[in-house]
Write a protein that binds this ligand. Sequence first.
Ligand code: NAD
Length: 434
Amino acid sequence: MNLTFIGTGYVGLVSGVCFSEIGNQVTCVDSNQDKIKQLNRGHVPIYEPGLKELIQKNQSQGRLKFTSRLSEAVQEADIIFICVGTPPLASGEADLTYIKQAAQDIALEMNGYKIIVTKSTVPVGTNDLISSIMQQLSQHPFDVVSTPEFLREGTAVQDTLHPDRVIIGTEDERVAAKMAELHRPLSSNIMITDIRSAEMIKYASNAFLATKISFINEIANICEKVGADVTEVAAGMGQDRRIGSSFLQAGIGYGGSCFPKDTDALIQIAGNVDYEFKLLKSVVEVNKDQRFNVIAKLKHCLGDLKDKQIGIWGLAFKPNTDDVRETPAMEIMEELLQEGAIVKAYDPIAADNFRKSFRHEDLVIWSPDAKAAAAECDALCLLTDWAEFQDQDLKELQQLMKQPILIDGRNVYSREQVSQTDFQYYSIGRPDIG
Ligand code: NAD
């Protein structure tokens, strides 16, 4: 099929590339001309394992192209995917500016019947809004479908090629059949539902995952006080099939471009219909506090942080991505600087992105590698569980530091590993060592 993806960010680019990989003719459009220029020069603007190779392969085989010229892209397409951002407004509500613009842009360029698929995460009722915007601007027939995206950054290519499920929200049988045909090479688990339920499935899924994370983080905080080990607790809980073991890793909380914004948006969606989502409000609050456990642990072992040298390992909100949106590292480093600490930081991939969005960029010592970030430090804080950190030689590391203090915000190291060193080791929800 001829497909066009509007917005070539994490969702639009990965989806477009994967649909070309399964044999479709794909055009990816972005209003950011610089992004398109980069892509056409072979430079991939985001870090996502496996993506660059797939782009090269499908571009060279003539199934994938990048353009900022919307009219051609719309006119050649049978199906148009809207994959633009829906960032949070100050109120927490999703900002639909880019969605409305994309709907207008498509409507003005249409030359015949099109299926419009909303992949962006949008509040319930937004697909109806897209329909009404388009109806006002175009004489051509169209159908709007909600197909929310569930890919995870860091494993986005694999998630897109092998999704757990595909949700298709439409009330039209022929459109449902066409969308099912398009997705069948990726998954046999396709659920057809109505548009509003499809929109809600996305928010409810993210809210539930965020709830699991905040739940285990609160259990971890209690474990610390009663002398239990949260990894043991989570392992025991996870064996119950009703609970499951995923999303029960205690740590410094979730970040990224989806969970924080989608939980806030769902609270607002509920609020707009006079429903107070008390549980989700607590999930958000717990998550906001959880990251500061790192600071509390540092103060517990170092006292006043003024002039203490603190190493930071990991700036991305999770491993295998260069996305630093809402990353816990941002607030932790701001707080450390405010306390007068000297901060050294390193991330294998996300440092450049982090530096662009960190307002105290000039106050941080940016280290070229993990060892340099730890050298001469009074304490080291691991904030992102990149594999590179798990593989470090802790004995060698302790020699480099002024004081061997390790705050493991992601519970990366085992007791056995740390016990063989002189590290004072503090993790989340597990007994301290040293
Ligand atoms: P992003 O910010 O990385 O990319 C959005 C892109 O859209 C940008 O490149 C921007 O230039 C472009 N754009 C904006 N308006 C445009 C227009 N009118 N025409 C052409 N291009 C336009 O965003 P993202 O992370 O890919 O997320 C997109 C949507 O998907 C959001 O609603 C998000 O919540 C949802 N989502 C994201 C993820 C994720 O992991 N990032 C996962 C699932 C769902």
